[in-house]
Ligand binder design. Sequence first.
Ligand SMILES: Nc1nc2c(ncn2[C@@H]2O[C@H](COP(=O)(O)OP(=O)(O)OP(=O)(O)O)[C@@H](O)[C@H]2O)c(=O)[nH]1
Ligand SMILES: [Mg+2]
Ligand SMILES: [Zn+2]
Length: 361
Amino acid sequence: MDRVDYSALLDVGWDDAWHAAFGPYRRSGAPGRVSRTDRGGLLTVETAEGTKRARRAPGMRRTADPTTLPTVGDWVVLGEERIDGAPVVDAVLPRRTAIIRQSPEDRGTPAQVLAANVDTALIVVAVDDEVNHRRLDRYLALAWQSGATPVLVLSKADQCPDVAAVLDEMTLAAIGVPAYPVNALTGEGVDALLPHLQPGRTGVLLGMSGAGKSTLANRLLGQEVLAARAVRDDGRGRHTTTHRQLLRLPSGGTLIDTPGLRQLGLWDAGEGIAETFGDIEELAARCRFGDCRHGSEPGCAVQAAIADGSLPTMRLGSYRKLQREREHQARKRDPRLQRAHKNRWRQIHKDLRSHPRYRDD
Ligand SMILES: Nc1nc2c(ncn2[C@@H]2O[C@H](COP(=O)(O)OP(=O)(O)OP(=O)(O)O)[C@@H](O)[C@H]2O)c(=O)[nH]1
Ligand SMILES: [Mg+2]
Ligand SMILES: [Zn+2]
């Protein structure tokens, strides 16, 4: 196993940190990234030796928490055991991020991991019609909560009478989130997304059925790999994409296409951004200092929750990211805050310059 050439995994996102995480399994297995899941624990896995069909270890399904099962985007360990000739997935490497669709309390459906190890969540919103802001808020909450960075894609911009106005409205509603108008049919505006899909990075397309996710994916791929709805078919109530799928982009990045989440039911019962981090805000209210940054301050209730395991570190990371973006946006609109920020940095730089370590004399 030691002579495996891992370089073939680079274009599905392999890096030094994954190499290290895989370390303990090096003697007993090979690494791979799940590109598709099918019923009955069947998985498609991208490995150093090409694409393989694999199976989930039979014991995995009996786990108490279905969100720990291998899903699209996961890095897994394929062991030596075979079931029906297919290698068996022995372990899932710890996820960096996870797009988790929560189940509403009043339904028996479990939470579902839509995609794992995603860096950028591309929320595709068709602007040929009025934008549903409540729904957009749900998608943003889903993205922020995952640990990935959200990006808004305003698709069907060619069908929108006033793109500039919609863009303004969206950047105001989705604070701190960059928004890009595109026409996925011609490719206009699509290149602006490439900086978010650089080598080693993984993006996921999220959005309503018919928003244009697969059409955009094909444009980014440079060929018609995915079935998209026929141009003149209004396809009401039908999902064209039925599977989540991980694809390699010519840009070197990786992209996951997903079926549109349903308009009603499960999905709309989710939480918006305001409620997403309610647990952290509740904790923060109990910190000793009102302006606690939840770092190394004494009496920090947030850090205490992390220490006792009741708050996952990843969630605090996501919350921080959102806070930073919000502060940044508030500053952009408020000259007084801008000055305060500048002065704070000026003071920090002054302090640094007078620090013995940074002085030349
Ligand atoms: N005019 C215009 N039409 C678009 C654009 N992007 C997609 N479409 C059309 O929108 C329809 C739906 O596109 P799909 O890519 O299948 O949508 P999807 O989001 O993948 O839908 P699901 O797979 O059901 O979730 C198709 O008829 C596309 O041709 C665009 O930028 N401009
Ligand atoms: Mg699709
Ligand atoms: Zn605190």
